[in-house]
Design a protein around this ligand. Structure first.
Ligand code: CXF
Ligand code: ZN
Length: 362
């Protein structure tokens, strides 16, 4: 099968023919319909983060089940599914207390011991990015890496649920529990930030202030529910948010950029008792410095991993919300491309020109 492989870091992706195994008892073989390009893929291509090579990149993927292992009862061939990197073991304390997105034992989904690799190239093992490797015609994954969705859901839109949508909506719904009347600030209006915005809108927030330094992204945020826009090129975001909230600050802020500067700003714009949720991926060396006195008024700051998802519950629900006209996925789709154009898609992302490029497979 054809797949986009990262062979060097930093590096571009190379389209190669690689071999894929048959499902082990707990695995599922999926014919990929669509895969979205996410900033996390780009971080690894650019060498900000390291992974073993060679590896098939991609982790925002939808498809149709082709074959299931002997122990799989959750899906059958023909089912439509979305893959998720929040693969859970189902047995650890986090999984058993309803927090599978921070599973303590995700390695349980790996093939053990002397088994052959899931993917290989002339006998040389090829890795699957985030245990998925979605930039490929097929994926072979553990059954705990997929959620079943309605066959009515268009599979190109469904791919978006695999990472960006689940992270952004989940940050608002699950991590921060935004409630009616909330006042919200969102730093960064890429795929994650836009979904925080629509999650806040659906939750009944009365004010949703969006901050970005890209005017096109700010304009897009209006279509997702933003009530106020702050251009960080020309205005100090914290001062602007204070002014827009009558000097109080917001009840909930979200950082979806991945920098210590915006993380600090997200904390500094909080009202008394407010909560900052940090979603963006920061470099390993980044430190976030905060004024200690601000904790006195019960301001909080918390992390967020993949929207604190329970993806087998969340993803079919989000698909239904799209089908019911309550979720905007159409305006996230910047372009649909073939696998051979994957590097062009990442160049457009780097230039800030796209929200999501989606690879579709015929
Ligand atoms: C990422 C966030 C950083 C760790 C790996 C997964 N999520 C989505 O792209
Ligand atoms: Zn991602």
């Amino acid at each position: 099968m054809r797949a986009a492989v990262l062979n060097t870091i930093p590096g571009q992706l190379e389209i190669e023919d690689i071999s894929i195994d048959k499902p082990a008892p707990n695995e599922v073989l999926i014919r990929v319909a669509a895969s979205g390009l996410c900033h996390t893929d780009l971080h690894f291509m650019d060498g900000h983060l390291k992974t073993e090579l060679p590896v098939v990149l991609g982790h925002e993927t939808s498809g149709v089940v082709e074959q299931v292992g002997a122990d799989v009862s959750y899906v059958q061939p023909g089912d439509h599914v979305v893959a998720c990197l929040s693969i859970y073991c189902g047995n650890c304390a986090q999984c058993l207390s309803g927090r599978p997105s921070i599973c303590e034992n995700p390695d349980a989904s790996e093939r053990a011991g002397p088994s052959p690799p899931r993917l290989h190239r002339s006998g040389q093992p090829v890795g699957q990015f985030m245990r998925l490797g979605g930039f490929a015609e097929q994926i072979l994954v553990h059954q705990n890496a997929i959620a079943k969705i309605s066959p009515d859901m268009p599979l190109d839109r469904a791919a978006l649920l695999g990472c960006g949508v689940t992270t952004g909506l989940g940050a608002a719904f699950n991590t921060a529990s935004v409630s009616p009347g909330a006042t919200v600030a969102v730093f960064g209006c890429g795929a994650i930030g836009l979904n925080v915005v629509q999650g806040a809108r659906i939750s009944g927030a009365e004010q949703i202030i969006c901050v970005d330094n890209n005017q096109a992204k700010l304009d897009t945020a209006l279509r997702f529910g933003a009530t106020d826009l702050v251009d960080a090129n020309t205005t100090d975001p914290v001062e602007a948010i204070m002014e827009l909230t009558g000097g109080r600050g917001v009840t909930h802020s979200f950082e979806a950029v991945g920098s210590s500067l915006t993380a600090r700003q997200a904390f500094m714009c909080l009202a008394k008792g407010g909560t900052a949720t940090i979603i963006g991926l920061m470099g390993a060396e980044e430190q976030v410095e905060l004024p200690g006195l601000h904790f006195l008024a019960e301001r909080k700051i918390q992390g967020c991993d993949m929207g604190s998802n329970r993806f087998r519950i969340d993803m079919p629900r989000y698909a239904k919300m799209y089908l019911d006209g309550r979720l905007n996925l159409d305006d996230m789709m910047s372009e649909t491309i073939g696998l051979h154009d994957v590097n062009k898609g990442f160049s457009a992302m780097r230039a800030g020109k796209t929200i999501r490029s989606i690879i579709t497979f015929e």
